[in-house]
Design a protein around this ligand. Structure first.
Ligand code: NAD
Length: 544
């Protein structure tokens, strides 16, 4: 055990590099992309520190280039999920007994590896495997991931310092024990940092983890596992498996030592997971913790006092960066009639200037959507919009092409029906729907914003009138877990804007904050009495 009250280094946000022409970072990433493309990777599952391969071999191609084969990975079955659980449980005793500062050191080192020697690699893998332009890869894979790890170490030390008061003659202590079993981490395709954090956060708090990344993120998941290993994470603490989602979900939810799920993904999948846990509630040794950050139908509302150019820029970035595949992406906007003509001009002009193509060409602001399933879903909404010409008009984009990669033009739909499907449902692609409201009906429109969708993840108000801002803050109090004033609703920074939403958007445990880490501990209260009583009688029992 440690013999000192150690202080962890102060956390900070990793500086986002700009990749300007001629910069060292640009040269480094170009070299790394070239090197990655030269070899087709072989990506095994990692169970108990060992590489596991199966006969079910799957191919990873770049979303922006079907012909570019990046890697092969191996698909497991229920048997592999069970093996990963066994490996985790075997590692548990030693891992939870290790002093907290050793755990901290591993993840601090991992953060330094991410922002240092692995920076180009983890970014390049995210660019090729998830079709992110270099800036999107940098803010996610390098910066946000390192931020998650550094801030979580800091938050862990704060949680451990939280101790109860003690009356005279006794000493009360709080011990922040890891959970008694294994945590199952299930992660989405769209953020490398989320994939890493969902397994790392419970492990940092002393838990053992089975991690199932999205099939569409396995390429950068391999880099994450390499980093954890190089940072000194012992075998079995985080086990990475590739299996069909429901197969993993079934094994997880029917195991008596299951103690928690750390999920980020769609609302639909989270509902299924929760139901399975409910059905099996009587078999668990411990009530499991259920943490799920899910979808969004994120809004921008502009008041008649807003600056049109600011609104248009927020929509151009907030709706279309990473092809709208951010849970926080603005996908519905409510714009006042007095500003609409000007906002429309700016927005359409911006969209015309967007370049779309491979992330390897750094001039491209827009890249491909993740896979065929996403392509079909998104283009389905666009085709429907073309048919619904009585209620909607496509004012920008609307075309798509899957010949080379999964490319969809950033598309803006203008609707006269505020309840139109694309105002309500998560599309998760480069489609923004706009409803222009009578500038005198601000209050009614705030009501619409609140009631239109079941989600409540992010939202933004643009206004210069402080009363209008205040009204939005109050009226939309439950409409978004991350609320922005005069800023786009994307780009939350760890430690600055803890992230998560309520209603259908999840359990709002705010990843990258203390609230999340509390989920991965089960506190034990210890009371020590320095002068235990030796007589059961109390003074009130004595004769007058
Ligand atoms: P998804 O729900 O399709 O998949 C998420 C993960 O769940 C994958 O690893 C998948 O294999 C697994 N899975 C599927 N069925 C399962 C089952 N029955 N049991 C257990 N696991 C199962 O999500 P996606 O397409 O990868 O990601 C996009 C979604 O994630 C969007 O809805 C987006 O809004 C959401 N998201 C939310 C946040 C947030 O912080 N709120 C962040 C990122 C993404």
């Amino acid at each position: 055990m440690s013999k000192g009250m150690f202080h962890v280094p102060l956390p900070y946000n990793e500086t986002v590099l700009n990749y300007a022409p001629g910069s060292p970072e640009k040269n480094a990433i170009k070299q790394e992309i070239k090197a990655l493309k030269e070899k087709i990777l072989d990506i095994p599952m990692i169970i108990g520190g060992k590489e596991v391969r199966t006969g079910d071999v799957r191919q990873i191609t770049a979303p922006h280039d079907h012909a570019l084969i990046l890697a092969y990975f191996y698909y497991g079955t229920a048997e592999h999920v069970n093996a990963a659980i066994d490996a985790a449980l075997e590692a548990r005793e030693k891992w939870q007994a290790l002093s907290w500062d050793s755990r901290a050191a591993i993840f601090l080192k991992a953060a330094d590896l991410i922002s240092g020697p692995y920076r180009a690699k983890i970014n390049a893998a995210s660019m090729l495997g998830q079709s992110k332009n270099v800036y999107q890869a940098e803010i996610d894979a390098a910066c946000e991931f390192a931020d998650f790890l550094r801030y979580n170490v800091h938050f862990m030390s704060e949680i451990y310092s939280e101790q109860p008061v003690s009356s005279k003659g006794i000493w009360n202590r709080m011990e922040w024990r890891p959970l008694e079993g294994f945590v199952y981490a299930v992660t989405p395709f769209n953020f490398t940092s989320i994939a890493g954090n969902l397994s790392a956060a419970p492990a940092l708090m002393g838990n053992v983890v089975v991690w199932k990344p999205s099939d569409m993120q396995v390429y950068s998941a391999k880099v994450i596992m390499d980093i954890f290993t190089e940072a000194g994470l012992p075998p079995g603490v985080i086990n990475m498996i590739s299996v069909d989602g429901p197969v993993g979900g079934k094994v997880m939810s029917t195991h008596p030592d299951f103690v928690g799920v750390h999920f980020t993904g769609s609302n639909e999948v989270f509902n299924k997971i929760w139901k399975k846990i409910g059905e099996n509630i009587s078999i668990y040794n411990t009530f499991p913790k259920i943490v799920g950050e899910t979808g969004g139908k994120d809004f921008v509302i502009a008041h008649s006092s807003a600056h049109p150019k600011q609104v248009a820029t927020a929509l151009a970035r907030g709706s279309f960066e990473y092809q709208g595949q951010k849970c926080s992406a603005a996908s519905r906007a409510y714009l006042p009639s007095n500003l609409w003509p000007e906002i429309q001009n700016y927005l359409v002009e911006d969209l015309k200037s967007f370049k779309m193509g491979s992330p390897e060409d750094f001039r491209n602001f827009i890249n491909a959507v993740i896979d065929e399933k996403a392509f079909n879903k998104i283009t389905g909404y666009i085709e429907q919009a073309k048919k619904d010409s009585d209620r909607v008009t496509i004012i920008a984009g609307g075309n798509y092409d899957k010949t080379i990669g999964w490319f969809i033009e950033p598309t803006v739909i203008l609707t006269s029906d505020p309840m139109y499907a694309s105002m309500q449902e998560e599309i998760f692609g480069p489609v923004l729907t706009i409803y222009v409201y009578d500038e005198n009906k601000y209050t009614e429109t705030l009501n619409l914003v609140d009631k239109t969708s079941p989600y409540a993840l992010t939202g933004a108000i643009f206004a210069t009138d402080r009363y209008a801002i205040d009204q939005a803050l109050k009226h939309l109090s439950n409409s978004a877990g991350n609320f922005y004033i005069n800023d786009k609703p994307t780009g939350a920074v760890v430690g600055q804007q803890p992230f998560g939403g309520a209603r259908a958007s999840g359990t709002n445990d705010k990843s990258g904050s203390k609230l999340n880490l509390y989920k991965w501990v089960s506190a034990r209260t210890i009371k020590e009495n320095f002068a235990p009583p030796t007589d059961y009688r109390y003074p009130f029992m004595e004769e007058e």
